[in-house]
Design a protein around this ligand. Sequence first.
Ligand SMILES: [Mg+2]
Length: 231
Amino acid sequence: MPDTVPLGSPLSPASPASFPPPGVRHVVFDVVGTLVEPWPTVPVAYQRAARRQGLECSAEDLRGRFAEAWRRQEAIDANSRTPFATSRAREVERWRGIVHDVFAADAPEGVRETVFLDLWDHFADPGAWRALDAGTRLVEAALDAGCGVALASNFDERLLAIAGRVDPLCRASHVFASSELGWRKPAAEFFRAVERRLGAVAGELLLVGDDPRLDVAAARAVGWRSLGVGG
Ligand SMILES: [Mg+2]
């Protein structure tokens, strides 16, 4: 099969024998949008958290505001003195910034902070996530082929608890969260840290992810193979 499945195309592998490709020892999966998705969706989760504080917002408005706030935080990381370096503290500040931005016009700071803490706990709950079938099939194919399976995500330390309790995340033997590695994708340092911890070289690693830039292109740039999924 080709190294990259075009975004939006149905995910194979048509033949499980062709995935993963020969020479791959570890298949490293992105998490959100690849193996699991938030359920309810992010805008609905935000709407419900706001409602618990007496705020009524349209989910459609929240979708747009969230995307804008997300891009703003991405730009902060991209333009920092050490681009895409991160920490547990930075990841908390990133999410605090996103929630405060999203509700900037709706509520005073104290209420926004309450909504932020509510959402922080919400997305730490394994029940807030549901498996994606296509990614789950690829995890099964990787394990059937005798490959190691790892998770590599721009999530924070909340992933460590979720990963043990949500299928198919719980089938991975290693969990790499950006807040723990100190780097976010697409930084090369993120991928190098994963290589060191797996004791593998770039050519033995295949990254599977839904983001063309943060997953597929970033992994290619450091000599990994990569497979784009979803759309
Ligand atoms: Mg993703």
